[in-house]
Design a protein around this ligand. Structure first.
Ligand SMILES: [Zn+2]
Length: 291
């Protein structure tokens, strides 16, 4: 009643309220259009029972293995389809392929992990193997890798990364989908044209060479996640020369001005503070949009 009397006395409040409702609606609709299905962006994984082992470069982005297990079990029990990056691109971006009949009633989701931390192999891979065996469900995660780090993995180093042998093994087992995060994890928007070209092409070449003897090598390093979430026109243009699609973390404000752009596909960034419940709610919300 108080609010209504304010609106009657002062029409400015009414105008502000209407504008706010319009802005919120536009944000929501744009968000729906920009993210056709849930794509989660994780980084490092840690085991709650071994807190100091295998640290990452940014601990606030670490996600607990125990919480991830809860999310995975929910997704498995609720008939989610764990997409590879190429499947996401073919079925939901380029629409160049028709979804197979047996998958048409499942809910697509893509789980991505940036920076290629060794803890993925040590903690997450065994969990994926256990869950796949227990639930008889095909599981897949997308890894955005920096080959420079991949080549520099040494046991005595504090922060450790997946090396080529790790990537080959996880790919052969069917769990890893190896894609690019640039050669050395540098801000691509600050590079000269030549350096940018090197970051994009060398990364692709190294990853393809690493997986060259595997049967699914042709879908490796076809997609890119921009390091530091940074992109500009030059980066986007050159990326489109080497890759089929590219990924950012979600920023409603930034994306409001763009229609769907396959070189600025938004992901839902996951941080330590996100509970499995929050992630399940997000997965459900975006899955209902994509149906
Ligand atoms: Zn990164």
């Amino acid at each position: 009643m108080i609010k209504l009397s304010i609106f009657r006395k002062n029409p400015i409040f009414k105008i502000v309220a209407i504008v706010l409702i319009i802005v919120i609606s536009v944000f929501s609709i744009t968000e729906f259009l920009l993210l056709p299905l849930p794509i989660f962006g994780f980084h490092s994984i840690y085991d709650e029972n071994r807190l100091n082992d295998l640290p990452s470069r940014a601990s606030y982005l670490d996600y607990s293995l125990q919480n991830l297990e809860k999310l995975l079990i929910y997704l498995i029990n609720n008939d989610y389809w764990f997409l590879s990056n190429q499947e996401f691109y073919d079925y939901f971006v380029s629409h160049s392929k028709t979804i197979p009949k047996e998958l048409q009633n499942t809910k697509p989701i893509m789980l991505t992990f940036d920076d290629g931390y060794k803890n993925i192999d040590v903690y997450l891979l065994p969990l994926l193997e256990t869950l796949q065996e227990k639930y008889n469900k095909s599981l897949k995660i997308v890894l955005y890798i920096n080959p420079k780090q991949m080549k520099s993995d040494k046991e005595q180093k504090k922060t450790r990364y997946l090396n080529c042998e790790d990537l080959k093994r996880g790919t052969e087992l069917g769990f890893y989908d190896v894609q690019s995060h640039g050669y050395s994890h540098t801000d691509l928007t600050r590079l000269t044209f030549q350096d940018l070209k090197y970051e994009l092409s060398e990364s692709q070449q190294d990853l393809k060479t690493c997986l060259s003897n595997l049967s699914n090598r042709q879908i490796a390093a076809q997609h890119l996640a921009y390091p530091y979430n940074k992109v500009n026109k030059q980066v986007e243009q050159l990326t489109s020369h080497y890759y089929q699609s590219a990924y950012l973390f979600k920023s409603r404000l930034r994306h409001l001005l763009f229609l769907f752009d396959s070189y600025k596909i938004p992901r839902i960034g996951v941080s330590k503070k996100d509970s499995p419940k929050t992630l399940i709610q997000l997965a459900r919300r975006y899955s209902s949009i994509s149906r």
